[in-house]
Design a protein. Structure first.
Length: 399
């Protein structure tokens, strides 16, 4: 079955409701905030539209952009409409008295320092590119810095800000698929298949698994290189300054409460992979749901726990509410805006953001548990005791 063979989308109205509205979409903040954006052209740039995440949000005055590269800084100023640019992010934090800061670089080796600096400079809220960090000890330090100062940290897992996941939550809660049993996730399977796919797309998939099923209790995984089990000798620097990675073929399982099992799989696909592979299936005792990563994804429903390939007519296509993309903005913009609005409401209500740094650390732990399990040859309990990266050399793991 392909997506083209499914019925045309139809609007879905859950029982007792007029729309399947995502909670973050209706979050309201009442105060005014001075905002700034930190980027670094050539070292992660401004990942997934974080330079424009604050644009046109009521009550948010975007006053400055920091970027040490002049051409990149000027381009970001033009995109965002901010009036002032700085070559140093330390200077923008010291001089602009920012309440709200976007930490935009896609390169992970800058996140800890930038987040900590923004927290120490008095920011009330920080919106950071994903994944949160390279290792759990880095994420621990970032969260400790923010928590000690009462700073709300949110991470750009934009799927939490789009309609399809909320509709899935509604359908699960309504018993549409019976008892939840199984989550299956696939990233893009492109040239990054394996270790890099696990890092940059797995963070979204694991964040959604936790949204639907809660915290995992264990991970059991296998990592392969060229059809053989990977060893520490296969560890290499990840793209996007993401620390270490290994493998071109990864399979991982996670155990959640109530007998729910999560499955993740990434490889180098012979057809080159791509965005259509970035999806998730959620199965229960009475049906299956499927969604893609993206602001406009519908939710597909089958009344079968194991949909049959010769029964494509079983699938229904349910359309959540629409989230239009403003002209000139990227596809991540609506999700960013939902999460930023929720972040500011979290400041005023003194609650965790819907896409919190703590959630992002838990997703990173699911990523790193893959290597810990594979190298130990055993199921690993979560949360993990080890906070350094599992691919670092250590006494109890030998190549």
């Amino acid at each position: 079955m392909t997506r083209l063979e499914t019925p045309a989308p139809t609007a879905y109205t859950p029982p007792g409701s007029h729309t399947a509205t995502y909670p973050g979409a209706i979050a309201r903040h009442t105060r005014s905030y001075r905002a700034g954006v930190i980027g670094h052209t050539g070292r992660g740039n401004y990942g997934h539209g974080l330079d424009t995440a604050f644009v046109a949000i009521p009550g948010v005055d975007l006053v400055a952009v920091a970027d040490p590269v002049d051409a990149g800084r000027q381009a970001a100023l033009a995109r965002s409409g901010a009036p002032r640019g700085y070559a140093s992010y330390q200077d923008v934090l010291a001089q602009e008295r920012l309440d709200l800061v976007a930490v935009g670089p896609y390169d992970l080796d800058q996140h800890e320092e930038m987040v900590a600096a923004a927290a120490r400079a008095g920011a009330k809220a920080i919106y950071c590119e994903k994944p949160i960090a390279r290792s759990l000890d880095e994420a621990d330090r970032m969260l400790a810095e923010c928590d000690a100062r009462g700073v709300k940290l949110a991470v750009a897992h934009q799927n939490r800000g789009t309609p399809a996941p909320r509709l899935v939550q509604t359908l699960i809660a309504a018993g549409k698929i019976g008892r939840l049993r199984r989550l299956r996730a696939w990233p893009k399977q492109d040239s990054r298949g394996g270790g890099l796919d696990l890092l940059v797309h797995g963070t979204h998939m694991f964040d959604l698994m936790r949204l639907f099923a809660g915290d995992p209790r264990w991970c059991h995984a296998r990592v392969m290189c060229d059809g053989r089990d990977a060893t520490l000798a296969a560890a290499r620097p990840a793209g996007y300054a993401g620390g270490l990675m290994a493998g071109d073929d990864i399979i991982a399982e996670y155990g959640f409460d109530s007998g729910v099992t999560g499955h993740f799989e990434s490889m180098l696909s012979d057809d080159g992979g791509g965005t259509p592979y970035l999806r998730m299936e959620i199965s229960g005792s009475g049906g299956t749901l499927a969604l893609w990563s993206g602001v406009d994804s519908p939710v597909y429903y089958s009344p079968r726990s194991y949909p049959l390939p010769d029964q494509p007519e079983d699938w229904q296509c349910l359309q959540p509410e629409e989230m239009p993309i403003p002209a000139g903005m990227g596809r991540q913009h609506p999700g960013n805006q939902v999460l930023v609005r929720d972040l500011l409401a979290a400041v005023e209500e003194d609650r965790p953001p819907h896409s919190s740094g703590h959630d992002a650390r838990a997703a990173l732990e699911m990523i790193l548990a893959v290597y810990e399990s594979h190298l130990s040859g055993a199921r690993v309990a979560l949360p993990m005791d080890r906070r350094t990266h599992p691919l670092e050399e250590r006494e109890n793991h030998t190549p």
